[in-house]
Ligand binder design. Structure first.
Ligand code: ZN
Length: 328
């Protein structure tokens, strides 16, 4: 017998065509940013064991990498540098011939249209692995601000389009904006890691970027995963200081935060960083035969977009773009 139901929502799920037509959230390679690790310590690309399918690159590997990304339709890269020299102040981060500055110039020469975003921090450049200069083993916030401004100008001079400060230093956006404007880089934008949690999901990244803290942790500057209201304060402050775009990092465990920020600041471009742990977890689960890699990848990315992210930084950028290209 048939029940007299007012509506049957399954009707619109009956065909592939109707499911596709009514899909509310769509992903496109143009919304993706590919993170790249560029190392001064290697002569050619080296696999990152903790992140299957990811590599540390030498400068010599950049032409092939950038060409591949462009051919896949990925418009932007986020650069992390691994320098030869580390010291207490992270001085090699400030040099115009530093590894990231060289990489920026080279990428610009390879492809003038590639959007170059430089991660701005000191943890890869300091011998103690913390995100700024220390005083009595604690970060000296305001001394770090000055150095962040200097580092930002050197990235802008090399040709970076967007500067992405990731250290959660109080006042970093204002300090960087002032430094950039003083050096007449008015058109260099700031993508602030406004809401960055102290997350265990950064684990695999530590091998990739070789920037693990040598003592202690980052809980005095990164946010407590238990907090949500504080995310709005962080984002509001960075916007007041002149951030052009804001970021939530990590993504998957913080979808509520992405959603909340999009509701609070619908007019502000919002970026989410699907971090190394999110990526490697799916890769290893797929390798173990537990889940289908492609489907879990797409589902995880859709969730980030559905929550409200406009842009996604992901180690899956290339895998996703290849999948997308095969959809027709
Ligand atoms: Zn850092």
């Amino acid at each position: 017998m048939n029940y007299d139901l007012p509506l049957r929502l399954k009707r619109l799920r009956q065909t592939s065509a109707s499911r596709t037509m009514l899909q509310e959230t769509r992903l496109h390679p143009q919304q993706f940013i590919a993170p790249l690790f560029i190392s001064e310590l290697i002569g050619s690309k080296q696999a990152i064991k903790s992140m299957p399918g990811q590599f540390q690159l030498s400068l010599a590997d950049l032409p092939a990498e950038i060409e591949e990304l462009s051919s896949l339709g990925i418009p932007a890269v986020l650069l992390f540098g691994i320098p030869r020299h580390k010291d207490a102040h992270g001085s090699s981060a400030l040099q115009d011939d530093g590894i990231v500055q060289q990489a920026i110039r080279q990428i610009r020469a390879i492809n003038k249209d590639m959007l170059i975003i430089s991660d701005l921090c000191f943890c890869e450049y300091t011998d103690h692995g913390h995100c700024g200069v220390l005083k009595n083993d604690v970060i000296d916030n305001d001394k770090t601000l000055h150095l962040l401004g200097e580092q930002a100008v050197s990235h802008a001079k090399a040709g970076a389009d967007w500067i992405a400060p990731s250290s959660m230093t109080d006042g970093m956006v204002a300090a960087i904006r002032q430094a950039l404007d003083a050096a007449v880089f008015n058109n260099t934008a700031i993508l602030s890691y406004a809401v960055k949690y102290s997350s265990a999901f950064y684990g695999p990244f530590r091998e990739a970027a070789q920037g693990a803290p040598q003592f202690g942790d980052r809980k005095t500057y990164q946010m407590n995963p238990a907090n949500s209201h504080e995310a709005v304060r962080e984002a509001a402050l960075d916007l007041d200081e002149g951030a052009d775009l804001i970021m939530v990092k990590p993504a998957m465990n913080y979808l509520d935060i992405i959603y909340k920020l999009k509701q609070h600041f619908p007019e502000v471009p919002l970026c989410a960083y699907q971090v190394s742990g999110e990526y490697s977890m799916l890769k290893y689960a797929a390798q173990a035969g537990l889940m289908d890699e492609q489907h879990t990848m797409i589902e995880s990315l859709l969730a980030i977009k559905r929550a409200g992210a406009d842009l996604i930084i992901s180690y899956f950028a290339k895998d996703f773009a290849r999948w997308h290209a095969n959809q027709r």
